[in-house]
Design a protein around this ligand. Structure first.
Ligand code: ZN
Length: 79
């Protein structure tokens, strides 16, 4: 077996570093959940700020639970 060449190592590093860091803490996320839910309900294109919220939600079960509860409540209101 040959060891990894330089390009393969670069590719591997690229795969690791393209995983975006979570840029929000939970307090910041809670403050924007309602707005994010509106985007989701209206199927609007996410702004950069909303993408950061989405990123946090994908990594934080706590905020995701809050978000899903809010989304349910909003869907009932608009139903
Ligand atoms: Zn959170």
């Amino acid at each position: 077996m040959t060891s990894l060449d330089k390009n393969q190592i670069q590719t591997l590093i690229g795969l690791v570093t393209t995983t975006q860091p979570d840029q929000l803490n939970c307090d910041d996320c809670f403050g924007q959940i309602a707005e994010f839910a509106e985007y989701a309900l209206e199927d609007r294109e996410l702004t950069e700020g909303m993408k950061i919220v989405q990123q946090h939600l994908s990594q934080c079960p706590c905020c995701k639970g809050e978000y899903e509860a809010l989304l349910d409540a909003m869907q009932e209101l608009t139903a």
